[in-house]
Write a protein that binds this ligand. Structure first.
Ligand code: PHE
Length: 354
């Protein structure tokens, strides 16, 4: 066994050369296992010292420990050097090229056309002194019909095809039930607009089972039909342009008397009825007027349901109006089919980015 120290010297020379050549931390780790790990010859030698002849133990043990310490020192030094190289290489190679284009911007969404239109309408009426309030979509027959002067079994209930949930409860067919609810909640004077969803059993290019309305109600002393006309003219001009005019035609609703249908002068043909090329205007169908809403003076019979809240029909009176928010949006933006509003086809929606 006299050649063991020489053998260890051989291992040391081989290991030191390999360590000096290791190019990466992973390679170095392999060498550490190979030369100083549990199964390495050096480690085995140290473990079996006890089995040697007594006079061998000292020299072999000493030689093995010297080699072990030398290798550990070389491994540590090489590891430090490699870390330094890798850091330098990283700094050199992984530089950020600030001239490269960044990630493409994420497409930002925007409000739905109906929401944009509702907000625009609300803003106009807030500017005229109205407050915005909302009410329930699931409504009592009482507020939707009875308190709006539809007697039981009156054929007017059939004017609007209703989704009934029970005999007493339904999906509101218009925002008008909020007239009576609001008057119950607050004494006169009252100036409110009520946007919201309404429901009717109807479905074609201009009717969907759900659509949106905006109701208006003004009750005070000395309110006349001229006030209604003035408010609607201001609205029409803010919404469709300063040149617009409005026209009131006689109409019928159970809860207003007199009732009117309101038209706005056509903004596609400047109220001529025909276009620059002489063809008939498609928007107003050549009539120069477009119907936009129903309105009227609140029927004293309706106030009769809220006299307890201070609405004495002998002392106060007012006007109400109701219009389709979706319809206003369609007219303003030339949308040909109401159903487009609710199909949420992105190709349609993205045309109305704000
Ligand atoms: N509620 C009516 C409708 O939906 C519109 C309207 C409201 C008419 C207020 C007069 C007064 O057709």
């Amino acid at each position: 066994m006299a050649d063991v120290p020489a053998r260890l010297e051989g291992i040391r020379a081989e290991a030191e050369a390999a360590i000096a050549n290791a190019g990466t931390a992973a390679e170095l780790e392999e060498l550490r296992v190979l030369y100083t790990g549990r199964r390495a010859e050096l480690t085995q030698t140290l473990r079996s010292i006890g089995e040697l002849a007594p006079d061998q133990r000292g020299p072999v043990g000493k030689a093995a420990n010297v080699v072990k310490q030398a290798l550990e020192a070389k491994l540590a030094k090489r590891s430090e050097a490699l870390e330094g190289y890798e850091l330098e290489r990283g700094l050199a190679e992984d530089t950020v090229d600030v001239t490269l284009p960044g990630d493409p911007p994420r497409p930002a969404g925007h409000l739905h056309l109906v929401t944009q239109t509702r907000r625009e309408m609300e803003d106009i009426f807030v500017g005229l002194g109205f407050k915005v309030v909302e009410g329930p979509e699931v409504e009592f027959d009482y507020y939707n019909f009875t308190a709006l002067n539809h007697p039981p079994d009156h054929p007017a209930r059939m004017l609007q095809d209703t989704f009934y949930l029970s005999e007493e409860v339904l999906l509101r067919t218009h925002t008008s039930p909020m007239q009576v609810r609001s008057m119950e909640a607050q004494e006169p004077p009252i100036y409110i607009v009520v946007p919201g969803r309404v429901y009717r059993r109807d479905s074609d290019a201009t009717h969907t089972p759900m659509f949106h309305q905006l109701e208006g109600l003004a009750i005070d002393e000395d309110i006349t039909l001229a006030d209604l006309r003035g408010v609607l003219l201001s609205f029409a001009r803010a919404m469709f342009g300063p040149e617009r005019e409005v026209r009131l035609r006689s109409g019928y609703f159970p809860f207003t008397e007199p009732s009117v249908e309101v038209d706005v002068s056509c903004f596609a043909c400047e109220a001529r009825g025909y276009l620059a090329d002489g063809s008939r205007c498609g928007l107003c169908k050549g009539t120069a007027w477009i119907e936009i809403l129903g309105a009227g003076m609140v029927d004293p019979n309706v106030l009769g349901f809220v006299t307890d809240s201070g609405y004495d029909p002998e002392r106060v009176q007012g006007f109400a109006f109701g219009m389709g928010i979706d319809r206003i949006a369609m007219l303003k933006h030339g949308v040909p089919d109401l159903r487009l509003m609710f199909e949420n086809d992105i190709r349609f929606l993205e045309q109305f980015g704000s």
